[in-house]
Write a protein that binds this ligand. Structure first.
Ligand code: ATP
Ligand code: MG
Ligand code: FE
Length: 334
């Protein structure tokens, strides 16, 4: 089964061809970060216009790299939500047009399900039940996955998402956008024990990162008022460690509670090397396995959408041509 997948939920225009949810024939990712950098974040209206400009080229390129023609496709998949409505609409309209013209199935994919399935792209034999920590620019969710497509939301952030915290702290440290990779880089030169930033341990499996963000801001203001020099690398390293500690604690707690032998990471923050290494080493002590996708498949890309779509296709879960974008689409229907 050859699926053309399209992802335009935020600021990456991406198209991929994935065979049987496993073989990535192409995965074109046209990032708009340079365009949005001068604004310090994604400007929704600018993103939609850019998607419109790029979408056909990116699709053509995905087919060309895969060595395929439109007629070779067995299905077309697209991110339906969550995301920016104007951005999502560009992908949804393109996918519907292709499905209609070629008379092939249309598959609507939840963006977070896509992030989760980046793991199955690399390891189709992952053992259920799984605990998945979804950590991205807009989400911090702990999810129990009993089977393909069977999700239970155990907890999520009450305020900022983990990636959002990285981006906001990077901004006050004047490291630019996107913040995650910049903080990780700077943190390598710092001492992560230097500053004892607060860790919010809420009851259950919920998270909170806005207090940590405020603590970093207050720390910087205090030192600057006193005219003391700030060691930015120490701040980056200590902040990163505070985020990682809480994420790892809760994820291991969830794996224990639900008797899951394996943990997977998903979303842009899953690319963070410190999070990966901390989770692996602490999980190993408890005899738990940890899996994560390569960095390029952690951040937004269409290959992960093509993988999730394959399993939905197998379940006969197809979308009608009246499909619409849903900016607040939840992973699990409430
Ligand atoms: P969502 O998936 O919730 O809709 P999104 O698509 O904008 O949001 P992703 O593309 O999954 O988010 O991830 C982007 C986020 O990941 C950004 O906040 C970015 O700072 C963060 N990120 C990327 N790489 C790293 C890294 N190495 N360390 C920490 N954070 C990172
Ligand atoms: Mg992005
Ligand atoms: Fe994402």
């Amino acid at each position: 089964i050859k699926i053309l997948a399209i992802e335009t939920s935020c600021d990456e225009t991406s198209a991929a061809v994935v065979v049987d949810g496993l073989e990535v024939l192409s995965n074109i990712i046209s990032s708009q970060v340079d365009l949005h950098r001068k604004f310090g974040g994604v400007v929704p209206e600018v993103a939609s216009r850019k998607h419109l400009e790029l979408i056909n080229h990116v699709i053509q390129e995905a087919l060309a790299q895969a060595g395929l023609k439109f007629d070779d496709l067995d299905g077309v998949a697209v991110t339906q939500g969550p995301g920016l409505v104007g951005a999502l609409l560009v992908g949804v309209a393109a996918a519907k047009a292709i499905a209609f013209a070629l008379e092939i199935p249309l598959i609507a994919v939840n963006h977070l399900e896509g992030h989760i399935y980046a793991n199955f792209l690399v390891r189709p034999d992952l053992p259920f039940p799984l605990i998945c920590l979804v950590v991205s620019g807009g989400h911090t969710d702990l999810v129990l996955i009993r089977h393909h497509g069977d999700y239970q939301l155990l907890g999520s952030t009450r305020d900022d998402a983990a990636g959002e915290a990285f981006d906001k702290v990077a901004r006050v440290l004047e490291l630019g956008y996107p913040g995650g990779p910049a903080i990780e880089r700077l943190a390598r030169e710092g001492n992560e024990e230097a500053i004892d930033f607060p860790r919010a341990h809420l009851e259950g499996f919920d998270f909170s990162f806005s207090g940590l963000k405020t603590a970093v801001l207050q720390y910087l203001n205090r030192l600057r008022q006193k005219g003391e020099k700030v060691n930015l690398a120490d701040v980056a390293a200590s902040f990163q460690k505070a985020v990682v500690d809480v994420l790892v604690d809760k994820t291991l707690q969830a794996a224990r509670t639900y008797d899951c032998p394996a943990i997977i990471l998903a979303g842009g923050v899953a690319a963070n090397g410190r999070l990966r290494s901390a989770l692996v080493s602490r999980a190993r002590r408890e005899g738990l396995e940890v899996f994560y996708p390569p960095p390029v498949l952690c951040t937004d890309n269409a290959a992960m959408i093509g993988c999730a779509a394959y399993y939905k296709f197998l379940r006969g879960d197809l979308a009608p041509l009246t499909l619409n974008a849903v900016p607040g689409l939840p992973l699990v229907a409430p």
